[in-house]
Design a protein around this ligand. Structure first.
Ligand code: GTP
Ligand code: MG
Length: 560
């Protein structure tokens, strides 16, 4: 048990108490205060935001001396952290110990004089490092060490995975290669903070918070930056009682609805970002979407940004996903793997459409883990039942309460390997009755579909909505067919054999690497995987899978 807990938490040991769940006769592990080991979602948000406010972003010349750079900046105060990264040029993120340093830096920086054009004199925290020619010859500039914030190309990833010794290691290795680094997350908070400086011209008390995969633990390097303009600190609050029996309130403009107010705020801020925001290009205001947003590209960070407002439920969904990802190490490994597998096979896409979204796929993995026996993850209702009074959270009439104290969550002792879970995931969804049933992570059970969408995944917090409403029958069929194909490959066992290294040092793709190759069971390329050709093959694979199961044959059964 100790080793199980340590694996889950990635620490030496944390089981304080082991008790037997009398009802289920299953062994449960009470995790000692998980928050000491993994930070709470709230703590990460607060810390990230506070660090970002003490930070600046600097565009640097191709060659310069790191030592001189640091010496120059230290004139403004102590530097508590810094790093360089490459994104169409070298950039530095510099975090000072004190916010006063930024005021001092701003004081000594100037607005450039541009030729043939004119500059908008907006003093942001995005600077350019210029050489004043004071470098002396003996002081030759060295090249600084730059981080790469781009994901590993797929061919390099498959080579890396093939060198691993086991399939479990392959899944872990995929996650290690793809997950956001601590510094990349810092940069995400910094971009939010830079944007906040623009929005604060109108709403000084506002905050801009990252949500979605930037902070939910499932972000891949290069993923978009979802931002939420939080104006709650401004509105609300009860009128203060005064002895005079009088009170003052602001005169405000009124809009027809909450939505129209959000639209007009985003429209104005979007305009400012477009006209005044240094490094912000390609601004699009998508105000008629279900959730109005401003989309743009932030060039210095390379992030594609989506700014929304009044989107509290999505913030809560990010917290929920973060929490599930923290409960068991296997959750994130499996989600990263399934997302990558879906992406390389064209099941998901960066363009919105009738495809399954990454968010839906993540919920599908969570649901699958709730359905294991013993269950690996608790249901959302269980997380709600464990909540303290202070966790109570109702957003627009939806009860979004979840426990914040992770130490209250009891996990059952499921020790299935990642290899086994991946195989079972493919079998589970390769044979799921999507035509009749919906997925519900609140109950941890499939339920009759309330309407005839191809794929019905109940929205965890807005329970009358389907998060995969956009998915059409063709896309669902492609997903199911690919699950069957992958399950079939794993059952056959051939792909599970690791070959030896070739003279070049590379190992032929096996295990997870083989599942990520464009051409699998049918021996056809991606183009050959059209619906017409695929359907019979998929059905054939399903029946072969079924017969393997019923005959008790196949690699899987030999192994278990
Ligand atoms: P990637 O950006 O693809 O890496 O993943 P993501 O989780 O950030 O997804 P996305 O940028 O599409 O959406 C950001 C967040 O909005 C998600 O994490 C969810 O919290 C929320 N979200 C996205 N799509 C839906 C949806 O259909 N329904 C609900 N309720 N929330 C959604
Ligand atoms: Mg996102």
């Amino acid at each position: 048990l100790d080793s199980h807990v340590s694996r889950r938490l990635g620490t030496t040991t944390s089981a304080e108490k082991v008790d037997v769940d009398k009802t289920h006769q299953a062994v449960c592990v009470v995790i000692s205060d998980v928050r000491n080991i993994r930070k709470s979602y709230f703590a990460i948000q607060e810390e990230g935001q506070e660090q970002a406010e003490r930070s600046v972003l600097i565009s640097c010349p191709p060659k310069f001396s790191e030592e001189r750079f640091l010496k120059h900046l230290s004139k403004h105060g102590d530097i508590s952290n810094y790093f360089f990264y490459y994104s169409y040029g070298i950039y530095a993120v510099v975090e000072f110990s004190n916010r006063d340093s930024i005021a001092s830096m701003k004081e000594s920086s100037r607005i450039p004089i541009v030729q043939h054009e004119a500059a908008v004199p907006f003093k942001s925290r995005l600077f350019s490092l210029k050489s004043t020619g004071a470098l002396n010859q003996s002081d030759s500039p060295n090249t600084v060490k730059c981080q790469q914030h781009a994901p590993l190309p797929i061919n390099q990833l498959t080579q890396r995975l093939s060198k691993e010794e086991s399939m479990d290691r392959q899944l872990q290795s995929l996650m290690e290669a793809y997950q956001l680094t601590e510094d990349n997350v810092r940069l995400r908070f910094l971009v939010c903070s830079l944007l906040r400086d623009i929005a604060a011209a109108y709403f000084p008390e506002c905050t801009i918070r990252p949500f979605g995969s930037s902070v939910n633990g499932f972000g891949k390097l290069g993923c978009d930056l979802d931002m939420f303009l939080d104006l709650d600190a401004i509105s609300g609050g009860k009128p203060k009682k005064s002895d005079s029996g009088l009170s003052l309130e602001y005169q405000v403009k009124r809009g027809a609805s909450e939505r129209s107010v959000t639209q007009s705020i985003l429209s104005v801020i979007g305009e400012c970002v477009d006209q005044f925001g240094p490094g912000c290009v390609g601004v699009q205001k998508i105000l008629n979407a279900r959730c109005p947003l401003v989309r743009f590209s932030h060039q210095p960070s390379g992030f594609q940004c989506d700014l929304t407002a009044n989107n509290r439920v999505a913030m809560k969904s990010s917290e929920l996903l973060y929490l599930y990802g923290q409960l068991d190490e296997r959750v994130r490994c499996l989600v990263f793997t399934v997302r990558c597998w879906a992406r390389v096979h064209g099941i998901t896409s960066s363009i919105p459409g009738a495809w399954i979204s990454n968010f839906s796929l993540t919920v599908m993995v969570l649901f699958f883990l709730q359905r294991r026996s013993p269950a690996i993850l608790p249901t959302l209702d269980q997380l709600k039942d464990l909540a303290a009074a202070s966790d109570k959270c109702v957003i627009e009439g939806n009860d979004c309460t979840i426990v914040s104290d992770l130490s209250k969550i009891k996990l059952q002792n499921n020790t299935e390997s990642l290899e086994k879970l991946l195989q079972e995931f493919f079998e589970f969804y390769g044979t799921f009755a999507f035509n009749k049933m919906s997925l519900n992570i609140r109950k941890g059970k499939e339920q009759n579909k309330p309407e005839s969408a191809a794929l019905y995944i109940q929205n965890p917090f807005e329970t009358s909505l389907n998060v995969s409403k956009n998915v059409n029958a063709t896309q669902l069929e492609r997903f199911v067919a690919l699950c069957r194909e992958s399950a079939w490959m794993l059952q056959q066992g051939e792909v599970l054999k690791r070959g030896s290294a070739q003279s070049s040092g590379s190992v032929p793709p096996w295990g997870l690497a083989a599942l990520l190759l464009p051409s699998v069971a049918e021996g056809a390329g991606v183009k050959g995987r059209r619906k017409r050709k695929r359907e019979p093959a998929s059905e054939r694979i399903k029946s072969l899978l079924d017969s393997l199961k019923s005959n008790g044959g196949g690699k899987k059964n030999q192994r278990s």
